[in-house]
Ligand binder design. Structure first.
Ligand SMILES: *Cc1c(COP(=O)(O)O)cnc(C)c1O
Length: 382
């Protein structure tokens, strides 16, 4: 590693920090499938590893690269985004108060109200666009943890991360930001005062829809936190496989290029949809009509991400018809891959979802923008 602090993110991601494999001199990252590591005659592990559940050499470069591009000190890979998120929850004592926003990833919300409740986690839901309500709640319940996601899936509500971090820290809470949607190309929450960044690596970091992975990135000077997270990962055992860690890193090396192409496509598509007579509402942080557009222009750099939600005239039935009639854009779950996918989000979120039943969620890929626009235009006219 040379001059890493002076290098631009683009260079760091492209070269995966420029490490050279010690055994082979290869520039390209290597896979180490071995699960057991040698003990020397004094019964010590020379490489600091004993078994693959506590650490794996294939993790190191992917973790260091994610930490570098997020501006963190350390990073821990997990078997999925959910495994990373629940590792944070498992750091809490039973009976802890946790403050969550009114909009965030539904899978985690479901976990909190079912399994989290059995762990006796007490959830407090607050509208983070109202800082005085947030501060009043944090002051009242003194949470151990404040969770934030910006832009939040699937409403793409943008939250002022610095304000949330400042309010939470005033009352001693740990702040975790889910940065899956923005990615570090667009927003770096640790630089805004957040303590831990969460990623579902299954989305943009990997970017090819061929890996399920998660990551926690820890801010500066939090070695005690790192020790606790490493122990939880090892003890609960939700570790990533070496091949998946390698695939994640392989995909990640083009993150900056993909995000730029995706943001560019998404902006064109959002503008097209907003101008279309049959489209009732478009939610995209890059549009001036987005309720937090001004904040988005400050907090999001180099673009506004690849996620658009929209509603068409004719309600739920028309939404289903549209999702079934695009040809290039296929109907599928998840987001962040190379190819564009669309889905009606409500059906995925369970019975207590607050998402409108006609909300279409579009993950914009890197296809030609004109093909995607023509595809949507044809589907809208059907
Ligand atoms: C998908 C997702 C997760 C969960 O990640 P998995 O890798 O699917 O477990 C968490 N947060 C957000 C915002 C997501 O989109």
């Amino acid at each position: 590693m040379t001059n890493q602090n002076h290098q631009q993110s683009d260079t760091l991601i492209t070269q995966a920090l420029g490490w050279v494999d010690e055994a082979s001199d290869a520039l390209t990252p290597s896979i180490h499938p071995g699960t057991c590591f040698l003990r020397d005659p004094r019964d010590l592990h020379r490489a600091g590893r004993s078994f693959q559940r506590d650490d794996n050499p294939t993790f190191a470069r992917a973790e260091a690269t994610i930490a570098a591009i997020e501006g963190g000190d350390d990073c821990f890979l997990f078997a999925s985004g959910m495994a990373a998120a629940t590792a944070v929850m498992h750091m809490l004592e039973p009976g802890s108060n946790v403050v969550v926003p009114s909009h965030f990833y539904s899978g985690l919300r479901t976990w909190l109200v079912t399994h989290g409740a059995r762990w006796n986690i007490i959830l407090h839901e607050v509208d983070y666009s109202d800082f005085s309500a947030l501060e009043a709640k944090v002051e009242e319940c003194r949470p151990k943890l404040v969770w934030v996601e910006s832009p939040a899936n699937p409403t793409w509500r943008v939250t002022d991360l610095r304000a949330v971090a400042d309010i939470s820290h005033k009352y001693g809470a740990l702040v975790v930001a889910d940065n899956t949607v923005a990615t570090p190309v667009i927003t770096r929450p640790l630089e805004l005062g957040v303590d831990i960044v969460l990623h579902s690596g299954s989305k943009y970091l990997n970017g090819h829809a061929d890996v399920v992975a998660g990551a926690l990135v820890i801010g500066r000077d939090q070695s005690e936190l790192c020790t606790r997270i490493a122990k939880i990962r090892n003890d609960y055992g939700a570790v990533l496989g070496p091949f998946e860690a390698w695939l994640l890193l392989r995909g990640m090396r083009t993150l900056h290029l993909r995000m730029r192409a995706i943001c560019d496509n998404a902006m064109q598509i959002a503008s097209f949809l907003e101008g279309h007579l049959q489209v009732a509402e478009v939610i995209y942080p890059g549009l001036a009509s987005h309720p937090q557009h001004v904040l988005a222009t400050k907090q999001m750099h180099d673009g506004f991400g690849g996620m658009i939600s929209f509603r068409v005239d004719g309600g739920e039935e028309a939404a289903h018809r549209l999702a079934q009639s695009t040809k290039i854009i296929r109907q599928a779950i998840s987001f962040g891959g190379l190819e564009s996918v669309i889905e009606i989000r409500r059906g995925m979120e369970g019975p207590d979802s607050k998402t409108p039943p006609d909300l279409l969620r579009l993950s914009v890929g890197v296809e030609a923008a004109s093909d995607l626009i023509n595809d949507l235009a044809a589907a809208l006219s059907r």
